[in-house]
Design a protein around this ligand. Structure first.
Ligand SMILES: NC(=O)c1ccc[n+]([C@@H]2O[C@H](COP(=O)([O-])OP(=O)(O)OC[C@H]3O[C@@H](n4cnc5c(N)ncnc54)[C@H](OP(=O)(O)O)[C@@H]3O)[C@@H](O)[C@H]2O)c1
Length: 264
């Protein structure tokens, strides 16, 4: 199915006035729930219009778009694509331009995450982890770059503290996030001076959606300097800082981990 067919205009109507809307526009991937939803809400609270990207979580995306549009009309819309489908993915920026006429901020947040113990790894798992964590974000960023340049915009990649320190039995995820970290630095050079490119590296913020044993939770918290789990708002505020409040920061990675990386 094409992106145009997926492009959901039910969440918003075209503004009736012919005057261009001055509000900046952000595209957040994997934005229907969890950390991505909080990033979207927070950028929206800061006055931005938000394109909520999702793949399967359409119901949650609809609820979020309704919530944001009820606060400010025409301020949220939904776009669908699988990050592993480059044809769909590369059309997203054009679709947003057709709808709103500008794209200022791209947040590459969507990601798959699961263990890949060596000896049992498949090519399908490789494609999934590398596709969602780096290949998709790269080609989406490339497609968005001309529009971000036009707006002197910002690109923010959500990496992981395990992009630089490995997590046991998650080699592919860590390798993919390490590539996304290098992509942050490479694109910060290449898209300068118009576009600032930075990354946020979360520590332990939310339990993975699947079963996650209590004893692992307890061990991680114990090894975190602040002795607690983080909150999605910690990530959202750092994204907003990098996107909106840090005009002289580019090519940087901010760990938001309560001091977890001090004990790794
Ligand atoms: N949770 C943490 O404590 C933590 C720690 C370190 C780093 N991070 C990073 O922070 C970001 C957000 O974390 P999270 O836990 O909120 O993420 P998540 O819930 O595991 O995933 C976010 C979204 O990614 C989307 N996604 C996955 N594969 C996709 C694909 N092939 N195509 C399109 N969308 C895809 C899914 O969208 P649909 O549901 O619509 O399919 C999912 O809802 C991720 O980059 C993650 O690596 C999180």
């Amino acid at each position: 199915m094409s992106v145009t067919q997926h492009f959901d205009t039910t969440a918003t109507d075209c503004p009736s006035s012919s005057k261009p809307d001055p509000a900046q526009v952000a595209l957040v991937t994997g934005a229907a729930k969890r950390i991505g939803a909080r990033i979207s809400r927070h950028l929206h609270q800061r006055g931005l219009r938000v394109a909520i990207h999702c793949r399967h979580a359409n119901e949650e995306a609809q609820q979020l778009a309704q919530e944001l549009n009820s606060q400010r009309a025409h301020s949220a819309l939904i776009v669908h694509s699988d990050l592993n489908d480059l044809n769909q993915l590369q059309q997203l920026p054009d679709q947003i331009i057709q709808h709103w006429g500008r794209l200022d901020i791209l947040v590459n947040n969507a990601s798959s995450f699961f263990p890949t113990p060596v000896g049992k790894v498949t090519a399908t798992q490789w494609d999934d982890l590398f596709g969602s964590n780096v290949r998709g974000p790269f080609f989406l960023s490339q497609a968005a770059a001309p529009y971000l340049r036009q707006q002197q915009g910002a690109l923010i990649n959500i990496v992981d503290i395990h992009a630089s320190k490995p997590l046991a039995e998650h080699s592919l995820y860590c390798m993919a996030k390490a590539s996304l970290l290098m992509m942050t630095q490479s694109l910060a050079k290449e898209l300068a001076p118009e576009v600032r490119v930075n990354a946020v590296a979360p520590g332990y913020i939310l339990r993975p959606p699947d079963d996650f044993p209590d004893h692992i939770h307890d061990t991680i918290v114990q090894r975190t300097a602040l002795k607690r789990q983080g909150d999605p708002q910690d990530i959202a505020q750092t994204v907003a800082f990098l996107a909106l409040d840090a005009p002289f920061i580019s090519g940087q990675v901010i760990a938001v981990d309560g001091g977890r990386s001090l004990h790794m």
